[in-house]
Design a protein around this ligand. Structure first.
Ligand code: ATP
Ligand code: MG
Ligand code: MG
Ligand code: MG
Length: 487
């Protein structure tokens, strides 16, 4: 079943059960703790906490999401995209646990011919929070799942919350057993690639307060929310992975064509050397998946108005674009990559997002000019980098000195994360502390020069240049996780 059809069926199911279809919020999100929307419920928080009256009692949506904390997983697990779509149904003080579970079960297991997803009920493993006997009994007594397949899990997996203060609750999740070729027996607690989580049902009923510990779910509960609510999230790409019978998220109809195009350009035969389990992946295949994920993510981000820059959202986009381009290079494609790949991504996505086709000229211009800038950076710095690496290796060294990283940054515009990544590929680490020390020294010098300038000594162009440099305080090359405070 095509992804666009899964989306349609989901919305139709919940519409038939009295839910109003609400459009996706745009990806950028104005919150100090969250760069991008990362779940379907984000746009509904004011209703959950009672700050605003919900205009409807039941809603359903397909929300565009970005999770930067999953970037490092992309291509390595079978189930994490940087961009993904979360299908959700929401109850604002209307139904609670019983109907949330029944509605999700019905759609998941109803035969395909009758408008459902036709999953085999005997392969679904529900989880509940440790002491949630109510949800446990619903699964056992109302749905009829054998107790061996109902798993109790702790805070890390079975709680959800958003913002401080904000709504919170325990949850119940649905996992699907993809079979022994994906991993060992034993349920979701043993292997989450074989037992793939596809739907999370959150029972939003508390107001969370300050954190009380380092782990997810460690927080003070301030009290009950004005009403008991439901917030669910079904991974659209995960359902597509299951229903299309493919190995992983990057092989579904919305991403596979990008991956294939990248494979054709680089002369790689995708999947040739890989087994089913994520751990059996060949590095070339991981790169091809990263490319497919990142090109699609960049398309969606630019489509929602993000442009490349050196901080915040724009920096996430820049890094994603650059990683896609570099991955193509590492696979042997030295020409411009995005003009070959971005139109493929557009064709994959424009059935569900027609505005991507309408706005494509603008989107492409932004992406292609970023690639041109990056190509110039690489051209000027790569030889210097390679010479430095050669010298270190000849001396049996393992660390690229901070001075080199600084020079690459200062003279050739190499962001330090690029140096880190390229050094890592050569088996070297980087003296990051040394790099930052030199950056600080440079800023201090520039400040001193600016003072000298004020006192009338330094108005030459050289001084001005230094001063301008000093004001470019760079933040964020090493920290992508602007939203880690929340999720
Ligand atoms: P996982 O444990 O697999 O990382 P999660 O528990 O972090 O997933 P939730 O926060 O419960 O995910 O999000 C609700 C649903 O959204 C998940 O059940 C899954 O189907 C989907 N989902 C979450 N993260 C991703 C992702 N990075 N890519 C694709 N789908 C995702
Ligand atoms: Mg996760
Ligand atoms: Mg999970
Ligand atoms: Mg989950």
């Amino acid at each position: 079943m095509r992804t666009a059809e899964i989306r349609r069926r989901f919305l139709a199911h919940f519409e038939a059960h009295g839910h109003i279809v609400v459009p996706s919020a745009p990806l950028p999100f104005d919150d100090p703790n969250l760069l991008f929307v990362n779940a379907g419920m984000v746009q509904f928080v004011p209703y959950f906490i009672g700050q605003q009256a919900a205009p409807w009692q039941r809603a359903t949506s397909v929300q565009k999401c970005i999770r930067t904390q999953d970037i490092e997983e992309v291509g390595k697990t079978t189930r994490h995209g940087t961009f993904f779509q979360m299908n959700g149904n929401f109850s604002f003080g209307d139904y609670f646990k019983l109907d949330a579970i029944k509605l999700a079960w019905e759609l998941s297991t109803k035969p395909i011919a009758d408008g459902g997803f036709g999953l085999d009920p005997e392969r679904i493993w529900p989880t509940v929070y440790l002491d949630d006997d109510e949800a446990f009994s619903i699964w056992r007594d109302v749905i009829g799942v054998p107790v061996e397949r109902i798993v109790r899990r702790g805070k890390e997996d079975n709680t959800w919350d958003m913002g401080i203060p904000g709504p919170a609750g325990t949850c119940s999740e649905l996992f699907y057993d993809r079979g022994p070729e994906y991993g060992p027996e034993g349920g979701p607690a043993v292997d989450e690639d074989r037992f793939m989580e596809f739907w999370n049902l959150v029972f939003m009923q508390y107001e969370r307060g300050a954190s009380t510990g380092p782990h997810k779910g460690d927080y003070e509960i301030l009290g009950d929310l004005p009403s008991k609510n439901i917030d669910t999230g079904m991974g659209l790409e995960r359902m597509a992975t299951l229903l299309q019978g493919v190995d992983n998220l990057y092989e579904i109809d919305e991403t596979r064509p990008i991956l294939e195009r990248a494979a054709t350009l680089t002369g790689k035969r995708y999947g040739e050397h890989s087994g089913h389990a994520a751990t059996q992946s060949h590095p070339d295949d991981v790169r091809l998946r990263v490319i497919a994920d990142h090109v699609r993510t960049a398309l969606m981000l630019i489509g929602d108005g993000v442009t490349p820059s050196n901080e915040g959202r724009g920096y996430v986009l820049r890094r994603i674009l650059r990683r896609a381009i570099r991955s193509m290079r590492l696979l042997g494609w030295a020409d411009r990559a995005l003009p070959e790949l971005l139109p493929v991504a557009r064709d994959c996505m424009s059935e569900s997002y027609p505005e991507l086709a309408t706005n494509f000229e603008r989107i492409a211009m932004i992406a292609y000019s970023e690639e041109d800038t990056f190509r110039r950076t690489l051209e000027s710095g790569t030889t210097i980098f390679e010479n430095a690496v050669g010298a270190i290796k000849r001396d049996n060294g393992a660390v690229l000195p901070g001075e080199q990283a600084f020079k690459l940054h200062d003279t050739y515009g190499f962001p330090v994360d690029l140096t880190l990544e390229m050094a890592g590929e050569q088996g070297l680490s980087v003296d990051v502390e040394g790099f930052h020390r030199l950056m600080t020294e440079q800023r201090e010098r520039a400040k001193a020069d600016a003072r000298a300038n004020k006192s009338g000594h330094g108005n030459s162009p050289a001084y001005r240049q230094l001063r301008d440099l000093g004001e470019t305080v760079f933040i964020g090359y090493t920290d992508l996780s602007g939203e880690s405070a929340v999720r």
